[in-house]
Ligand binder design. Structure first.
Ligand code: AMP
Ligand code: ZN
Length: 119
């Protein structure tokens, strides 16, 4: 069923506390933690606790939780003092776009200049 934890999913294991992560925020529905391979001075992943394979599936099946992810990304940005300089929220979707973990997640990136288009 949509949203159920997947035994082979790395981010479900982080949500369950089975894999360690550096948490920066947690709510009833969302967890935010630092990316293990940061691409910017601030690189935080914001994920729903429930498992959905990508952002579009999350928005289709649990729109309130999708909104929670975006709100929490903004809260992390504010805590990291990025709201003045700007930041980027990225949802890689599909292997061809660089998605490697198929549990929906927002990358929050900031703290350096961010080029556009991103490549
Ligand atoms: P994506 O490539 O968009 O699916 O993003 C997956 C992200 O998860 C990458 O930026 C990885 O660096 C990050 N990542 C993988 N394993 C871990 C981990 N154990 N803790 C934190 N971040 C991780
Ligand atoms: Zn998962």
């Amino acid at each position: 069923m949509a949203g159920e934890a997947q035994a082979d999913c790395l981010f479900c294991k982080i949500v369950a506390g089975e894999v360690p992560a550096t948490l920066v925020r947690e709510t009833e529905t969302v967890v935010a933690f630092r990316d293990i391979n940061p691409q910017a001075p601030t690189h935080v992943l914001v994920i729903p606790k429930a498992h959905y394979p990508d952002a579009a599936a999350l928005a289709a099946k649990a729109p309130q939780v999708a909104a929670d992810v975006l709100r929490e990304a903004g809260e992390v940005a504010a805590e990291e003092k990025l709201d003045g300089t700007g930041y980027r929220i990225v949802f890689n979707t599909g292997a061809g776009a660089g998605q490697t973990v198929f549990h929906a997640h927002a990358h929050l990136l900031g703290g350096r200049g961010l080029e556009w288009p991103p490549g």
